[in-house]
Design a binder for this molecule. Structure first.
Ligand SMILES: Nc1ncnc2c1ncn2[C@@H]1O[C@H](COP(=O)(O)OP(=O)(O)O)[C@@H](O)[C@H]1O
Ligand SMILES: [Mg+2]
Length: 334
């Protein structure tokens, strides 16, 4: 046990080794990876987890291949985080291929850079592996840095990120550590709660790639595919009638001007999966009323729009759901 923890300690970088780092040309690494793998293979690998994001992927890749950081923008649940992770994994610029930070408003600059532990440094010396524990900005040297939901970062942490993007060095109590990485950030539109405005200087350093909510046909295909994948270990499949109703319901909501935030793809996948799992547990066939219940219970709190009360919002959602059922049965009869 003891030798194990000693080995582990030995695998941690020391401050002196970090200070000797060489610069890395990240764009060269990206171009080499794209050449070796081939764009078509990259797109094909991506299709195993995400659909309809080929164009966005090419936009991300073209940014990275000229050394530009990229920010994937779009509403909740359209696949931003998954896309960032998949691209980094497929490129595999290093091992591990990426370092990911789930950004939040209370994140401090030292959480991003890491800091020297004075007590350890005094007792065991500055070069003890535990005297300086590197933060993600230092750990991502040679890799992709995923800053998930970057616009949750407060202005202080944004400033520490900006510094390393500008200078390629992270400053820790006077020590200067080289760090070259390419950042893929994700961000939600400003109408979501708990987000800060990105500083102009930071926003200026990133190429923006926008992801839109998928259109009706694509949405239906994604829901069918992912709901059935979620249910595969149970051995049940969602009837296409349910998927059709849910797709029509979401499309109706998206088209309505009073809706600011519509249900996410993730919430929709789970609404279908939960409906099926409930019916399976009760050993019966799923009904439209089950799906409606799921929608009201699990989607109402996500939806945002100009409603005067929660009650009004629920009534609206119930009404739209019934409308979607009517549309679906009508088109089925034709
Ligand atoms: N275009 C898509 N194709 C397939 N699945 C998708 C797509 N968009 C979203 N999803 C599903 O929704 C889930 C949520 O995606 P996520 O990457 O967390 O979204 P975001 O980061 O935009 O909120 C994913 O796990 C995935 O199953
Ligand atoms: Mg996300």
């Amino acid at each position: 046990m003891q030798s194990n923890s000693k080995d582990l300690l030995g695998s941690l970088p020391t401050l002196s080794s970090l200070l000797k780092r060489d610069p890395i040309s990240m764009e060269t690494k990206v171009v080499k990876a794209i050449r070796e793998k081939g764009v078509n293979n990259i797109l094909k690998s991506l299709e195993s987890s995400l659909r309809g994001l080929g164009e966005a992927t090419l936009d991300v890749l073209s940014g990275l291949s000229v050394g530009r950081h990229v920010m994937i923008m779009g509403p909740v649940g359209v696949g931003k985080t998954t896309l960032a992770e998949e691209i980094a994994s497929i490129l595999a610029l290093d091992n591990p291929p990426y370092i990911e930070v789930a950004c939040h408003s209370h994140m401090t600059a030292t959480e991003l850079t890491g800091d020297i532990d004075i007590a350890v440094a005094l007792q065991a010396g500055l070069d003890h592996p535990l005297a300086y524990i590197p933060g993600p900005l230092v750990l991502s040297h040679g890799k992709v840095l995923i800053m998930d939901e970057i616009n949750r970062l407060n202005p202080y942490s944004q400033a520490s990120l900006l510094q390393v993007l500008q200078e390629h060095y992270v400053y820790i109590r006077g020590f200067r550590i080289r760090s070259d990485f390419l950042m893929i950030a994700t961000s939600n539109p400003a109408e979501y709660s708990g987000v800060y405005e990105l500083s102009e200087a930071l926003a200026d350093r990133m190429k923006v790639v926008e992801i839109q909510y998928p259109d009706r046909e694509l949405l239906k295909a994604i829901l069918e595919w992912k709901a059935n994948l979620t249910l595969s270990h149970i051995g049940v499949k969602t009837p296409s009638m349910l998927t059709e109703v849910l797709t029509n319901f979401i499309t109706l909501m998206n088209q309505d001007g009073i809706i600011e935030v519509s249900p996410s793809i993730r919430a929709s996948i789970y609404a279908l999966a939960n409906t099926m799992a409930k019916a399976w547990i009760e050993r019966r066939e799923p009904a439209l009323s089950d799906l409606k219940k799921e929608v009201l219970a699990n989607m109402a709190h996500v939806v945002r729009g100009s409603f005067s009360s929660e009650g009004e919002k629920r009534d609206y959602i119930a009404r739209k759901f019934d409308e979607a059922v009517t549309i679906t049965t009508r088109s089925g009869r034709r």
